[in-house]
Write a protein that binds this ligand. Structure first.
Ligand SMILES: [Zn+2]
Length: 304
């Protein structure tokens, strides 16, 4: 079982040879979630031998080209490969218009249904939930409506202490309830508290993807204690005025947010094409938040 994030692109609006625009693939226990879909996303997925058809949920932060231009190509390829499974796209409404326009102009149709789910940019919402995970939106502060996303694992089941099953002759049908925290009531009415039957559950992990945004302290309570935070850092401190003008963050801004939110690890990306070396980003981040890391294209971050 794994929870990992593959960086498809860590660049910003202008791609470079080594850095595509924004896109990431989250693999949570073999369920695939695509975050943004920059130009060329499908090529990188192919190169990494990741099956496109396993992606059932796509999350687009905002309608800036470097975050969604790969979407028509990706959907077309899925269709040409004969996909029949529905796909869910969580995005600003402009993305739905864009995909419809693309299909009209190319006189094409898709072999599967696309469910567009409009994001709410005014307040956080839980936009996805399965047995193991929730995904929340995080309204950000950018030059257009923009949301980040938080993946939070739900509380994990408490492992049974094997010897207790035979000791109390626990019937099979009670086991899943006990793993969820139920006490055991014996035939004579005696109650065996849950903590005597089970062990502490494994830790539940979380991942936040926050791009694009100005320095935005209001998000801190929502991301408090996140295990792995990806925060955009388009510029170094030298260009902080430019960062403010374009509603982006500097490396120091990202580190300040990580520090205030007491996250475990910070990864930064969305680097401006003007930077060849990223050393200054790292120095600036680590001067504020020690556990900071750069991202690079095709890197996989293992949450566990
Ligand atoms: Zn943007």
């Amino acid at each position: 079982m794994k929870f990992e994030v593959t960086i498809i692109g860590c660049g910003s609006a202008i791609p470079t040879v080594s850095r595509k625009g924004s896109s990431q693939l989250v693999n949570h226990r073999e369920k695939y979630f695509l975050l943004d879909c920059t130009e060329g996303t499908q090529y990188v997925l192919k190169e990494l031998k990741i099956s496109l058809q396993r992606i059932d949920h796509v999350f687009i932060t905002h309608a800036h080209a470097d975050h969604f231009l790969g979407l028509p190509g990706l959907l077309s390829t899925m269709s040409l490969l004969g996909r029949t499974k529905e796909i869910n796209i969580y995005a600003p409404e402009e993305i739905e218009t864009f995909i419809h326009t693309f299909l009209t102009c190319t006189r094409a149709s898709l072999s599967f249904k696309v469910n567009f789910k409009k994001l709410n940019f005014n307040s956080p919402e839980t936009i996805f939930e399965n047995k193991e995970l929730t995904i929340e939106s995080v309204p950000l502060l950018h030059s257009t409506n923009c949301c980040g996303f938080i993946f939070r694992e739900k509380k994990k089941p408490r492992p049974m202490i094997a010897s207790k099953i035979s000791e109390y002759i626990i019937p099979h049908y009670l086991i899943s309830g006990i793993k969820e925290g139920d006490d055991l009531i014996l035939p004579d009415g005696k109650v065996i508290p849950n903590h005597k039957l089970t062990e502490e559950p494994q830790k539940s992990f979380s991942y936040a993807y926050l791009t694009d945004t100005s320095y935005h302290e209001e998000i801190v309570p929502q991301i408090q204690g996140i295990d792995v935070l990806y925060h955009e850092a388009t510029f170094t401190d030298e260009l902080k005025t430019r960062a403010k003008q374009t509603k982006h963050s500097t490396a120091k801004d990202a580190a300040k947010i990580a520090s205030l939110a007491q996250v475990d690890q910070l990864y930064i990306g969305h680097f401006s094409a003007r930077y060849r070396s990223l050393d200054v980003f790292m120095e600036e981040c680590q001067s504020i938040f020690k556990n900071s890391h750069l991202t690079f294209d095709r890197q996989t971050i293992k949450i566990y």
